[in-house]
Write a protein that binds this ligand. Structure first.
Ligand code: ADP
Ligand code: ADP
Length: 217
């Protein structure tokens, strides 16, 4: 379980998120919901300790910064990645695997998992948005992490792409992983998430199982 306590981030005089506390269970998909500007990206970066702010986040009791084996614990898809123009999708993963001490066979494994095996020799520069998203997901999954965090992964995907992603994320959660996905889209949320954390203007407005908020899901 991820526990966030009293997360606060200020940009000068402006407060982006204030005193956020919430838990994210393992084995389910949690949607982090809120309109643009609500503070979702800021919170995810604070949570993963990629950004400085106030508050504490732990995974199963350990601070993120103290995790002994980060690549095997957390995989994140945050903003759009920059890809090297001259290298193939496979090259990117191979280099990241070397850097992270991940065995090479895992590269082909993650490419197959996200459905990119057939285009792995191509350069991501020419990929569609959906393919680029899958490649970012493959990168996040390299270390076979227990926690997967995705910031607005459905942006720009067509309905088929969204369906594929939701099924994929639910499978990851069913394996006992902790899956946290931010979204500004409330419609159809029940096909994505079991739990929700609702954010508005940098505050947690509600959190808990979706069944506590919506009848018939
Ligand atoms: P969301 O991900 O929900 O769209 P963000 O976390 O990106 O929200 O933004 C939350 C608030 O913090 C917004 O008001 C945004 O303008 C502000 N903000 C985000 N990043 C910065 C930054 N680097 N400098 C100043 N303000 C920022
Ligand atoms: P998202 O909704 O995914 O957070 P945004 O468009 O809000 O995307 O932000 C994109 C980038 O711009 C982020 O790196 C964010 O930190 C930065 N940003 C957002 N708002 C501001 C702001 N008011 N001042 C400076 N940087 C900002």
């Amino acid at each position: 379980m991820i526990s966030c306590r009293h997360l606060t981030k200020r940009y000068g005089a402006a407060t982006a998120v204030e005193d956020l506390s919430f838990d994210v269970r393992s084995g389910v998909v949690t949607a982090f919901l809120g309109p643009n500007g609500a503070g979702k990206s800021t919170t995810l970066r604070l949570m993963l300790e990629l950004d400085h702010g106030e508050g504490v986040t732990t995974f199963d009791g350990t601070r993120f910064r103290d995790l002994p084996d980060p690549i095997r614990t957390v995989g994140a898809v945050l903003e759009t990645r920059a890809w090297h123009p001259g290298r193939s999708a496979h090259d990117h993963l191979r280099m990241l695997a070397v850097g992270g001490g991940v065995p090479q066979p895992r590269v082909d494994e993650v490419l197959a998992l996200v459905g990119l095996a057939d285009v792995a020799h191509r350069r991501p520069k020419g990929f569609s948005l959906g393919m680029a998203q899958r490649l970012s997901l493959a990168v996040a999954l390299l270390g076979d992490p227990k926690v997967i965090v995705l910031d607005e992964p459905e942006n720009g995907l067509d309905p088929q792409g969204i369906h594929w992603l939701r099924t994929f994320l639910r499978d990851l959660a069913a394996q006992g992983r902790t899956v946290l996905v931010s979204s500004h889209q409330l419609a159809g949320i029940e096909t994505l998430a079991d739990d929700v954390v609702v954010l508005g203007r940098g505050r947690v407005l509600a959190q808990g199982p979706l069944t506590a908020f919506v009848a018939g899901v």
